[in-house]
Design a protein around this ligand. Structure first.
Ligand SMILES: [Zn+2]
Length: 172
């Protein structure tokens, strides 16, 4: 899904939601296409799951309590919060999101922050981390045609070295 986002000139983030060993929804970032900064991969997939009567037969406070999310980049603060509101079971992500990460990088929305109602959820980084980093680099090395004044990046070289995560003995 991240590859599809890259092809569509979106920041390449993709995700899959899994329940009972089955992929029930997959989505990718669509913020440029829809000109809507909330259209992250996670929320796109959540919209699909909640509006699908087979996947969500009735309204409940914890519709994702049996569902695991795999996503290429650490969910941002907005998505991490939405996932908590919906009682996600667990999250596995590829690389850290140093600017907006809501599962520990900027804020620990997943479990560090107190919430009067919704329990925290486990979020683990390092799942296909190198692939997640490399696809982001491939995106940022190309011209951003949506920028008002495109900057020339023609001299940039794709870096392939990946440093281990800070404070992590093994990046998996
Ligand atoms: Zn997000």
């Amino acid at each position: 899904m991240a590859e599809e986002a890259l092809t569509a000139q979106e920041v390449p983030v993709g995700c899959v939601f899994v329940r009972d060993g089955r992929a029930i929804a997959e989505a990718r970032n669509r913020t440029n296409e829809l000109r809507n900064a909330t259209r992250h991969a996670e929320l796109e997939a959540i919209d699909y799951i909640l509006s699908n009567k087979e996947l969500t037969p009735e309204m409940t406070e914890y519709p994702l309590s049996e569902t695991t999310l795999y996503v290429t980049v650490e969910p941002c603060i907005m998505c991490a919060s939405a996932l908590r509101q919906l009682g996600i079971k667990e999250v596995l992500y590829g690389c850290e999101n140093d600017r907006f990460g809501g599962c520990g990088s900027v804020l620990g929305v997943n479990e560090s922050l107190r919430h009067p109602k919704h329990a925290g959820y486990k979020a683990t980084s390092g799942y296909c981390r190198e692939d997640a980093i490399m696809i982001l680099r491939r995106f940022y090395i190309t011209e951003n045609t949506n920028a008002p004044v495109p900057k020339s990046k023609t001299n940039r070289v794709l870096k392939t070295e990946i440093k281990p995560r800070k404070g992590s003995p093994s990046s998996g």
